[in-house]
Ligand binder design. Structure first.
Ligand code: IFG
Length: 490
């Protein structure tokens, strides 16, 4: 059974097979360096398990046994991310209107081979076949994201790059980096160096801190962009700012800095919204990060501002919205920004309160669906999950993470206002790669399907069978995922 996740919009396979051989070539038509890179990326993933050379060649016609990648103008309905895949016993051809579509076609092709294809070690003697047939696939939502909280615990560049590869394998196209919080400031700002040097020196429970130099941030952005993932940086304000307040006395109302914080309470910190230096700080931070961020969005947080009077909050957010625009970006904020006057190109991220989310949508804001009780991957799977939180009052097993529909869940939000879906890993209790794998996978696979696949036909009973097969691919990729009892893992 061909188990592709996220399931394509349209596909049919038959009994015939296309098999790779040691003679297989990957042929790129046209002279796009981007398409050549995609073909090379695919070859690099197929070579280890097969042991085949799989040369990537341009400027020649594909022959029997080859895989071909080409951009085509003959199917504009595919849009920027859609693709067609045709497999006959002689040849596999990947076609798309834009390079991202070819990249996603190649992720689908990877998942059509036996799961052993993902092994890093050569698997001799296996028939590397894919079913013949056709796939025509386009995503439901343009925003298919994951948020990683670096504030509570810091994760280095290599861990983030590994996560980016796993996100791309599931056609996720947005990685939201939560770069600051009470417990840590995680990116160097050259005009305010103590933010990272002091504010980034610790983490929750006193665990090791850390921060990205600007070159490391650029490295993550570039690595993500090659894999068609846009980085959305978040500097959470005016709340969740203890690390910044601890780093510069002048940012505090009384010019006295609090000590660094390593607990997990929320809502106790606030920038001094009536001091002009606060807006110099905001401007410098947004300027420096925006200059390194090709994506259109800057996330300013805005959540849980229990220590900021509401009228001060409104004043602050409305000023920050202008600063974000000045630096050429569109503002995103957590749903609470719905209490302020929003520009119509601003985006609100739903996480808990549907009414205030609806207020944002009523102002024309696009909405990202990140419902805490479904899409927060720090939620425990069940009552004996040793890490994670469960403040939502419920547990989030693999089925709970899959069986929800953004349009139904977001009452009061017009369906057309929903830009897409984003899951979130808050890291109060997560600080190793193993913790991360265990909480993110396999739930992320379900979010990827909710964001990409058609609403119709999405159902747990068929998904859980595909997920059982997909688990072998995750294992081949070295992912230590949670083996839920709800799935008959193969
Ligand atoms: N809510 C807080 C996060 C984090 C989370 C843990 C948002 C927008 C609870 N804010 O979710 O900082 O503490 O599940």
């Amino acid at each position: 059974m061909t188990a592709i996740i996220p399931i394509p919009a349209q596909f049919q396979f038959d009994e015939r097979r296309f098999s790779l051989s040691s003679e297989t070539r990957i042929i790129v038509s046209g002279d796009s360096a981007e398409v050549f890179w995609i073909a090379s990326f695919l070859a690099a993933r197929l070579r280890p398990a097969t042991g085949f050379a799989l040369p990537v060649l341009g400027g020649i016609e594909p022959g029997a046994g080859d895989i071909s990648l080409a951009l085509t103008a003959d199917d504009p309905q595919l849009g920027p991310e859609g693709y067609r895949l045709l497999a006959t016993p002689e040849q596999v051809s990947l076609r798309a209107s834009a390079a991202a579509g070819l990249f996603y076609a190649s992720q689908t092709l990877r998942q059509m081979f036996p799961a052993e294809i993902e092994s890093a070690a050569e698997q001799p003697g296996l028939d590397w076949w894919v079913p013949c047939g056709t796939v025509r696939d386009v995503p439901r939502y343009a925003w298919r994201g994951m948020m990683l909280d670096l504030g509570r615990h810091f994760f280095g560049v290599e861990t983030v790059k590994r996560l980016i590869d796993l996100l791309a394998f599931h056609k996720i196209n947005t990685l939201h980096l939560h770069l600051s919080d009470d417990q840590g400031w995680r990116i160097m700002i050259e005009s305010w160096p103590w933010l990272a040097l002091h504010g980034g020196s610790t983490a929750t429970n006193g665990d090791p801190g850390g921060f990205y130099t600007q070159d490391q941030y650029r490295e993550i952005v570039a690595y993500a962009a090659q894999r068609y993932i846009t980085i959305v940086p978040e500097i959470d304000m005016p709340g969740h700012t203890n690390a910044a307040l601890a780093s510069y006395e002048a940012l505090n109302v009384n010019d006295i800095s609090p000590s660094l914080y390593t607990g997990i309470k929320v809502g106790f910190s606030s920038l001094a919204v009536h001091k002009e230096i606060t807006y110099q700080f905001v401007d410098d931070v947004i300027r420096e990060i925006a200059a390194m961020t090709p994506g259109a969005y800057f996330h300013i947080g805005g959540d849980e501002t229990l220590s900021t009077p509401e009228e001060d909050y409104i004043y602050f957010i409305e000023r920050v919205q202008e600063i974000v625009r000045k630096h050429g970006k569109r503002m995103i904020g957590w749903e609470e920004i719905g209490k302020t006057r929003l520009s119509p190109d601003t985006v609100a991220q739903h996480w808990w309160n549907k009414d205030v989310t609806a207020k944002a949508a009523a102002q024309g804001a696009g909405i990202i669906a990140s419902p805490a009780a479904r899409a927060y991957m720090d939620m425990k799977y069940h009552d004996h999950t040793t890490i994670g939180l469960q403040w939502t009052g419920s547990y989030t097993e693999v089925r709970d993470a899959y069986e929800w529909e953004p349009v139904e869940l977001l009452e009061g939000v017009p369906p057309e206002a929903i830009l897409g879906v984003e899951s979130a890993l808050w890291t109060e209790t997560i600080f190793t790669q193993g913790n991360l794998d265990f909480m993110v996978f396999p739930r992320l696979c379900g979010y990827a399907e909710i964001g990409w696949s058609p609403r119709a036909g999405r159902d747990w009973e068929s998904y859980r069978l595909r997920l059982a097969e997909h688990g072998k691919r995750l294992a081949g990729l070295g992912v230590r995922f949670y083996r839920s009892e709800q799935v008959d893992w193969q």
